[in-house]
Design a protein around this ligand. Structure first.
Ligand code: DX5
Ligand code: ZN
Length: 218
């Protein structure tokens, strides 16, 4: 399976969002990553439901929505209505994670669980079989353009082992500080999907950068 690439619109040009969505549509990207921040779970506020619904009108690829909000279960249906295809919640933000995952799936979305850099992958032991995507954070969530935390590589390897031993079908996605160098290491460690924000949108040719990421393989 080739590497799944999910460009993060957090680094897009918000004054010309449609143009950047079209670039992603026409590129080899697989998903469109949308970062929702509430200023409580993370020290930043990004954009919310109206922006997701507008993007949905023009996007030709699945919307990979990353909720960095407290008590995400309050907004599952709202994000489904706005057009999310994959809905990822943080383990650290969800008291009843099992129920939250079931709710996401019963609304017809793929369920993702994100782990902050300090959260060990063994906390997923009893839930991994129910998850479609695990999102390993390789930066502290809240901002684009931060440096990659190298311990993420070890976490990807451990998670891959957990997935293999439990027979789970979960994909491993990694978010934060991804570029060609860290991307290559992540894919070799077992990552299936890469999120990249600043590396894609700050490059001279974002579509070509997406293509380079897409070419990475183990
Ligand atoms: C960070 C977000 C990321 C962010 C990644 O909290 O979850 O998706 O956009 O940005 P880069 O790729 O610039 O590290
Ligand atoms: Zn993200």
């Amino acid at each position: 399976m080739s590497t799944i690439v999910s460009p993060s619109m957090l680094s897009a040009d918000f004054l010309n969002l449609g143009k950047d969505v079209n670039m992603v549509n026409e590129s080899q990207a697989d998903w469109i990553h949308l970062d929702i921040m509430d200023g409580v779970f993370v020290p930043n506020i990004s954009y919310g439901l109206p922006v997701v619904s507008q993007i949905k009108k023009v996007a030709t690829k699945p919307l990979d929505v990353h909720l960095m909000i407290v008590r995400p279960e309050r907004y599952i249906e709202a994000f489904r209505e706005a057009g999310a295809d994959i809905l990822t919640v943080h383990l650290e933000a969800s008291t009843h994670l099992h129920r939250t995952i079931q709710q996401i799936k019963s609304c017809g979305m793929k369920a993702g669980v994100a782990l902050n850099p300090h959260t060990p992958v063994n906390q997923l032991e009893d839930i991994i079989q129910d998850i479609d995507v695990v999102l390993i954070m390789s930066v502290n969530p809240g901002f684009g353009g931060q440096s990659f935390i190298p311990q993420a590589l070890d976490k990807v390897k451990k998670l891959k082992q957990l997935i293999c031993t439990t027979g789970s079908n979960s994909l491993i996605e990694v978010d934060g500080g991804v570029n060609l160098e860290t991307g290559k290491q992540l894919v070799s460690a077992g990552a299936n999907a890469l999120v990249a924000g600043s590396f894609v949108f700050k490059s001279d040719n974002p579509a070509a950068t997406i293509q380079e990421l897409k070419k990475l393989n183990a």
